[in-house]
Design a protein around this ligand. Structure first.
Ligand code: SLL
Length: 208
């Protein structure tokens, strides 16, 4: 019989996506939106193929900026997401609670809500579409080390314990991987530039 005993030799893991999508109002202004609001946005935790994660996630609590009424939003059933309108970007706290069988503490991540285009090459101007739809999504994996027997049973009854390599997903990973490499290369160039700049400064100082 399944129990809360832990299986010492195992870990089980599930892929998740968390992040946000945002859209400029344009002509379609929601009737109740305050005049200073410019965007509709959604922050979420979901499966890479939109699968239901509620067999191991009990609830997700999203902590919004204090300018929002009731900024702590607890979502107790899927979809684990909050949709709002607003004008500004801010850090959203995302706390994920697991089903009782897991006997695990909650985990907490932070997501920077993006409303404006980012990650553009230096000098690159955003297109109208870049401005209209902005998404910022992180791929992550939740790992249960030494799961309880009960959780192990729940997890192995479900498909998806092996990361399905669908076309969509591999494209997604490649896209984010390419963006990350790009970001690192640009950071590297910038640091090299700053080092050279500092070297020049030191040179002029030591010459005096
Ligand atoms: C900023 N530090 O200055 C951020 C704050 C606040 C976001 C962003 C509207 C809330 C409301 C809203 O978008 N708040 O009107 O209920 O950019």
């Amino acid at each position: 019989m399944a129990s809360s005993k832990r299986i010492k030799t195992l870990s089980v893991c599930r892929p998740v996506l968390y992040g946000s999508t945002a859209q400029l109002f344009g002509d379609k202004r929601p009737p109740n939106a305050p005049p200073e609001h410019t965007h509709t946005w959604t922050v979420f935790v979901k499966g890479p193929n939109n699968e239901d994660l509620s067999y191991f996630i009990k609830k997700v609590v999203f902590k919004l900026h204090d300018t929002y009424p009731n900024p702590t939003r607890s979502v107790e059933s899927p979809p684990f997401q909050v949709t709002e309108t607003g004008w500004g970007e801010f850090e959203i706290g995302i706390r994920i609670y697991f089903v009782p069988e897991a006997n695990e503490k909650n985990i907490s991540v932070f997501h920077h809500l993006r409303l404006h285009p980012y990650n553009l090459a230096p000098g690159q101007q955003p297109t109208a579409e870049d401005r209209q739809f902005v998404k910022s999504i992180v791929y992550d994996e939740i790992v249960f080390n030494e799961p309880t027997e009960q959780l192990f049973e729940i997890m192995t009854q479900r498909p998806g314990n092996i990361l399905p390599l669908t076309k969509k997903q591999s494209e997604f990973s490649k896209e984010t991987e390419a963006e990350e490499i790009d970001r690192l290369e640009r950071a590297n160039d910038e640091i090299t530039r700053q080092i050279e700049e500092q070297k020049e400064i030191i040179k002029t100082l030591t010459q005096v």
